[in-house]
Design a protein around this ligand. Structure first.
Ligand SMILES: Nc1ncnc2c1ncn2[C@@H]1O[C@H](COP(=O)(O)OP(=O)(O)OP(=O)(O)O)[C@@H](O)[C@H]1O
Ligand SMILES: [Mg+2]
Length: 218
């Protein structure tokens, strides 16, 4: 039997059986469907009751454009070196350790401005499971190694390249790029990152097949 979305829900729920707070990571190439999968998992797990699962994307750890300019990295935005990996690892540690009293705030990412926004995502003490997602969760260099070690499990979203590229172009258009700009960006910048991410797939605890991705009407 191929894996289904319900199987993923069961597996995610079982991670939160132990004391304290569990953190599930979802990785995959740009446009593979990480955010969509995380949103669906969180919605289904939370159900109608008091929320106990939080969604904390890696996206909030994009360096700001002003800092990318200073570093000369603006045209590589989205590459591993354009994120604050150490800051992300530190937040994941806090999410593991500070579970009793205070809300821990994570930064969000504003898609139109393409800028991080501090204090955007509250993780209350009642959150027993955090779902975090991003491209570089399985990297084993520098601070990314600390990211992986803060996670209970990492799943990898696998979809075929044509579908991934098509979706990514559509998403860039939706957020303001012309079709030509979107195609150029995806082939130039996203593609290089996609290859880096694809090389980390073997380190995942679970490769999520297309059969288990949520059905989304687009
Ligand atoms: N299961 C699905 N069925 C249909 N369309 C999907 C599915 N998952 C994602 N998509 C579409 O594909 C596009 C990319 O999805 P999503 O934003 O979830 O990917 P991502 O991996 O988070 O991308 P990024 O790396 O850029 O953050 C979106 O436009 C989304 O609507
Ligand atoms: Mg995403």
């Amino acid at each position: 039997m191929p894996l289904t979305f319900d199987d993923l829900v069961t597996r995610a729920r079982s991670l939160a059986q132990h004391e304290g707070r569990a953190i599930l990571g979802i990785s995959g190439s740009p446009g593979a469907g990480k955010t969509t999968l995380a949103e669906h998992l969180v919605r289904v797990l939370n159900g109608p009751g008091e929320p106990w699962v939080a969604h904390v994307p890696m996206d909030g750890f994009h360096l700001a454009d002003a800092e990318l300019d200073r570093l000369g990295l603006r045209d590589r935005k989205g590459a591993p070196e354009t994120f604050d990996a150490a800051g992300y690892a530190a937040l994941l540690r806090r999410l593991r350790e500070e579970t009793d009293e205070d809300t821990v705030y994570a930064p969000g990412f504003e898609r139109v401005l393409e800028q991080p926004v501090a204090g955007a995502i509250p993780v209350p003490p009642t959150a027993r499971l955090v779902v975090t997602e991003g491209n570089y969760l399985l990297f084993d260099t520098g601070a990314w190694r600390r990211v992986r070690s803060a996670l209970d499990e990492v799943w990898f979203c696998a979809i075929d390249e044509d579908a991934r590229v098509r979706r990514l172009v559509a998403r860039h258009e939706e957020f303001g790029k012309t079709h030509e700009e979107a195609v150029a960006w995806v082939l130039r910048s996203d593609q290089r990152n996609a290859e880096l991410v694809a090389a980390t797939r073997d380190r995942a605890d679970l490769v999520v097949p297309v059969s288990a991705l949520p059905r989304v009407d687009v």
